[in-house]
Design a protein around this ligand. Structure first.
Ligand code: HEC
Ligand code: HEC
Length: 179
């Protein structure tokens, strides 16, 4: 058993240690997560950022780009549409082309078309009518040999928010229901 005074010293030193730790946390407040309502985005980040064939500027293939490339995030450019396109073999489709249209199956008006970069990433900061006007996704690659389309329109351009894990955006042989 500890004596009464030894117990007091233990309690006191624990309190002093705890106070010192608190100060450390205050001095170096941790960076806010993207999406935190208090996140302060540097206005200099609000630049145009659109993917183009063969470019290697992007990163994070397969992740939800809009987690960071948004009004409360640190990404360069606020994306209106962004995602990653894979070929039938599961490899990034670096020659894919994304179309957003007002009607399914390649019909209606073409609202935007974006080329994938070398990592199969497509992204754009171009203003889009989403979410007020839902749009239809159509993809094509290898001169039309590979294609894919979403059966219903999207109201969010954050492809990888839904297409995560094993549920990738995949191209397939064009006569295989891709149109
Ligand atoms: C975890 C946060 C985060 C995610 C997720 C993220 N980015 Fe970024 N992105 C950043 C930051 C921060 C920068 C600037 C610093 C850098 O280049 O790493 C950046 C820079 C970029 C750039 C370079 C812009 C320039 O200056 O040329 C591109 C392109 C880009 N991101 C595309 C994407 C794409 C496409 C995705 C999704 C597949 C994505 N990012 C996912 C945070 C993110
Ligand atoms: C809100 C969630 C969501 C968003 C955002 C979304 N998708 Fe989808 N997508 C789905 C679901 C669910 C299916 C499966 C539909 C079915 O098979 O009935 C699907 C199916 C597809 C398909 C056809 C199936 C396949 O993989 O061959 C393609 C292609 C596709 N999405 C591409 C995209 C692209 C590109 C984007 C971004 C521009 C996007 N999706 C955004 C949920 C989403």
């Amino acid at each position: 058993m500890l004596t009464h005074s030894a117990q007091r010293i233990l309690v006191l030193s624990t309190l002093v240690l705890a106070a010192a730790c608190d100060e450390d946390v205050d001095a170096e407040s941790p960076a806010l997560e993207p999406g935190d309502p208090d996140f302060e985005r540097d206005p200099a980040l609000d630049v145009e950022n659109v993917s183009a064939a063969d470019e290697t500027r992007s990163h994070n293939a397969g992740l939800n780009c809009m987690r960071c490339h948004q009004a409360l995030g640190p990404g360069v450019g606020q994306f209106t549409v962004a995602g990653t396109i894979y070929g039938p073999d599961g490899e990034p489709a670096s020659d894919a082309m994304l179309e957003l249209r007002t009607a399914p199956a390649g019909g209606g008006e073409l609202v935007a078309s974006v080329e994938a970069d070398a990592y199969g990433n497509v992204f754009s900061t171009e203003p889009l009518p989403l979410p007020e006007q839902p749009l239809f996704v159509r993809l094509e690659s290898s001169g039309g040999v590979l294609a894919a389309a979403m059966p219903f329109p999207i109201s969010s351009g954050a492809c990888n928010h839904c297409h995560a894990g094993g549920f990738k955006v995949r191209l397939q042989a064009a006569d295989d229901g891709g149109e």
